[in-house]
Design a binder for this molecule. Structure first.
Ligand code: C2E
Ligand code: CA
Ligand code: CA
Length: 767
């Protein structure tokens, strides 16, 4: 029995032991699998996070580069017009600086001459008294021919810190000479640091700009950025990591590190060079955040690992899935606009370019703009402004459909990708959407109305490899222009506009250098007096020609409007006046009898308070008798500006210059103004008589106009006269002067002398 009992007693004990061994083996396997999984997952997360943070750092660093390049190119543009000839003309320069400052690009702009004397204009204090700056690095660098961006400096004219940008100023006439001064622009650090998207990963990360010695150049506005003045100063735990980072920064290469600040939370840091000075973009992410993410993932892994003992095959797939999801969650927080919860620009760009079906012509980009939003912000405050933006975001995301996208880019700029395969339906939908935006929540009792406008661009196959951000940049231009006209709701933008915008940007970019390099030429087109038996040469119009070595021949009708829009046309006009004066000087010196030469004056000039003095200065510098210079103002200026124009024209007239009204009959009715402004001549545009000559009604109108102009005492000049027949008819009707292909095209000065001025010498001397 005992034996039996023994057997009976032994058998369960063996069973227990076997189970225990099996359990232990099982647990060991699970534990091993678990440890392996945990390691793999942790490494994977760290690696993908590192990669992603590098991408974010890269984006921030390009944003910084862009912001700096923008400011330098504004300065370069402006520097072309500061020359040895006007370097001592404080009033003129201050006026130009005021314009730049008022355009919002800088807090302050000024010029420092080679001897260190500087003047400038400040947004708050206006004109600054002259002071000496020769010891400043930004002056010295520019004088050595280098563009320069400073580290943050104490602002001597304001409070707080500022960044100084400088570029060299050259003497126009002598290529290859050393710079004669430095053109300097100043931004406050706060304003400039706004370029940085300082809060990332849902507020758990931030971006700083640091230099190679670890000094923080721009501190992120984020609370947890710690406020260290130097990243190496913090009491770091890991000396090795610190050394490695120090070495990388010194060598100008990017990298990553994990740091634990004493007593604080551990941080993960990724840094990439910005490409400006020795600056780096430093992305910092709290390791707590990383840990929390890790913990969630690990917990899931434990459950999975246990499960995986049975189905280890499925494990790998599941682990990978979890990794992908966790990465996605991490990315998500860096791709979201914190204020509204919508996608941000980076997310929009990624999603858009990831779907080729968007580029088949059935989808359009829609950029929204709220007219009056900044005023709203000023009047009702930031809080109300943010609330308004959130309600608008709600309206838009409520409207967005499957396959469509919506994002907030910045301030009041929202971007959508909408299905526009049915154009009419899409238009109706957008109008409805804008009505809803316009009626969105306003502070109680506020009468204030926000008006939305949008710009629509249909995406085509050719856009698939273009940067959506650049398309949006181009769309913003016509949208900005539409602001002045509240009646406009939808602005359409097409491929031609894209090409135009690109071309205009190119023209803008190279025009100032082109002016420096004297790529512009003054052609002359003859004007003939047709009253007598034989036509007699009585004048010439100077017309600008530009043959660019970069983009080829550009017609004035194309580049003048672009330069008119950015204000630099004034410098072309001044340059043309200088060329014309130099030309007249050489004719006078050669003993030729001269005819008056007309120079076009763009409307931009009328905003200079000292226009008349400027013109006189140029003309007198060559001792040209004033009656040999005529100035042409287009009819549109006359129609829109009042007293300023009358005063300027009157003054020019008093100083003995001739004044013509150009392009009469091109649509603006300047008739009522004619009698108030002392013009000498009125130029009839071809559109006024070209086809009109053919109809009897047109003839009657033209005849009436010529008669009226004559009675008011104006000389009439018909422009764009192409045929003998037109010229004969104009003569019969009493028109006095003709300019057009019929007598000669605009030609270089030598040809003008050969074909027109030299043959007319006898007639001119007899007069
Ligand atoms: P605009 O001042 O009305 O100049 C007359 C234009 O008519 C010139 O065009 C001239 O070449 C053209 N033209 C002359 N005769 C004939 C003709 O018989 N038939 C036809 N079809 N056209 C004729 P261009 O040189 O292309 O200049 C176009 C416009 O660009 C000018 O119109 C003027 O508004 C602007 N522009 C040209 N040079 C300057 C300049 O130095 N400064 C400024 N501010 N604007 C300029
Ligand atoms: Ca003209
Ligand atoms: Ca004209």
């Amino acid at each position: 029995m005992p034996a039996t009992r023994n057997v009976e007693q032994n058998s369960p004990r063996k069973g227990i032991a076997a189970t225990a061994i099996a359990c232990a083996a099982g647990i060991a396997t699970v534990a091993t699998v678990l440890v392996v999984c945990v390691n793999v997952i942790s490494q994977e997360i760290a690696a993908s996070l590192d990669l992603f943070m590098r991408e974010v750092a890269q984006v921030e660093s390009s944003a910084m580069q862009g912001a700096i390049e923008d400011r330098l190119s504004i300065l370069r543009g402006a520097s072309a017009f500061v020359t040895d000839r006007n370097l001592d003309d404080d009033e003129l320069l201050i006026e130009r600086f005021r314009e730049i400052v008022e355009s919002g690009s800088f807090e302050r702009v000024g010029v420092v001459t080679a001897d260190g004397r500087g003047i400038g204009y400040d947004s708050r204090q206006g004109e600054l008294p002259a002071a000496f700056y020769s010891d400043r690095a930004y002056v010295q660098m520019a004088l050595q021919g280098e563009a320069y961006v400073s580290d943050p400096l104490d602002d001597m004219w304001g409070s707080g810190m500022c960044i100084v940008f400088s570029v060299p100023v050259y003497n126009v006439k002598h290529e290859g000479d050393a710079p004669i001064g430095a053109l300097v622009g100043i931004s406050t650090v706060d304003e400039f640091a706004d370029t940085l998207d300082t809060s990332l990963f849902g507020g758990n990360g931030y971006v700083n700009i640091i230099d190679s010695d670890g000094n923080v150049i721009f501190l992120s506005g984020h609370d947890e950025s710690g406020g260290e003045a130097n990243v190496f100063e913090g009491p770091f735990e890991s000396a090795d990591a610190l050394d490695e980072m120090r070495g990388n920064l010194a060598e100008g290469v990017g990298g990553s590190a994990e740091f634990t600040v004493d007593g604080g939370s551990p941080k993960m840091v990724v840094y990439v060079p910005v490409g400006i000075n020795d600056w780096f973009a430093e992305v910092v992410l709290s390791a707590d955040y990383l840990e929390a993410k890790n913990r969630t993932v690990l917990l899931a892994s434990v459950v999975m690992a246990v499960f995986a003992v049975g189905v280890s095959g499925g494990l790998l797939a599941a682990v990978l899935g979890t990794r992908r999801r966790s990465q996605r969650r991490l990315e998500q927080s860096a791709l979201t606009d914190l204020l509204t919860g919508l996608d941000n620009g980076l997310a929009f760009k990624r999603k858009c370019s990831a779907r080729p079906e968007h580029f088949d012509g059935g989808f359009s980009l829609v950029l929204f703009n709220l007219v009056g939003f900044s005023l709203f912000n000023t009047v009702f405050g930031y809080q109300e402004g943010s609330a308004l933006l959130r309600s608008i975001a709600a309206v838009l995301s409520h409207d967005v459909r499957d396959g469509e996208l919506v994002a907030r880019l910045s301030d009041d700029r929202f971007l959508m990708l909408v299905d526009s395969s049915d154009i009419e339906a899409a238009e109706g939908r957008l109008l409805g959407l804008m009505d809803r935006i316009d009626n969105t929540l306003r502070p109680e009792g506020a009468q204030y109305r926000i008006v939305s406008q949008c710009c629509v661009y249909r995406l085509l196959r050719t856009d698939a490899d273009r940067d959506v951000n650049l398309i949006v940049q181009d769309m913003a231009v016509p949208l900005e222009r539409a602001k002045d006209d509240a009646g406009v709701r939808i602005v359409l933008f097409d491929e031609d506009d894209v090409a135009c915008a690109k071309r205009a940007r190119q023209i803008e970019n190279i025009a100032s250098t082109a002016l420096q390099k004297e790529e512009f030429a003054a052609y002359l087109q003859p004007q003939y007096d047709i009253r007598g038996e034989e036509p007699v040469l009585c004048g010439a119009e100077a017309l600008v020609r530009w043959n660019s070595p970069i983009i080829g021949f550009v017609a004035p009708d194309e580049f003048i409007p672009v330069l008119e829009a950015n204000g630099s046309v004034r410098h072309i006009d001044r340059y043309m006046l200088e060329r014309v004066c130099a030309q007249l000087r050489s004719w006078l010196d050669a003993g030729l009898a001269c005819v008056p030469v007309s120079v076009n004056l763009s409307r931009r000039n009328l905003f200079s308070a000292d226009l008349v003095e400027q013109i006189e200065h140029v003309v007198d510098a060559q001792s040209i008798p004033h009656h040999l210079i005529k100035l042409e103002l287009t009819e549109s200026i006359v129609a829109e500006s009042e007293e300023r124009l009358a005063n300027a024209v009157e003054k020019l007239h008093e100083h003995g210059f001739g004044i013509s009204m150009d392009d009469f009959g091109t649509g603006y009715s300047a008739f009522p103004k004619l009698k108030d402004v002392p013009f000498d001549a009125v130029k009839l545009d071809r559109s006024f008589f070209g086809e009109a000559i053919e109809s009897s009604r047109g003839r009657t109108v033209l005849l009436g106009v010529i008669e009226l102009l004559e009675r008011l005492g104006f000389e009439t000049v018909a422009e764009g006269v192409e045929t003998e027949k037109e010229a004969a008819q104009l003569k019969r009707w009493g028109c006095q002067v003709v300019q057009g292909y019929v007598f000669g095209r605009p030609v270089p000065a030598e040809e003008f002398v050969r074909d027109h001025l030299a043959p007319a010498q006898d007639q001119l001397r007899r007069r």
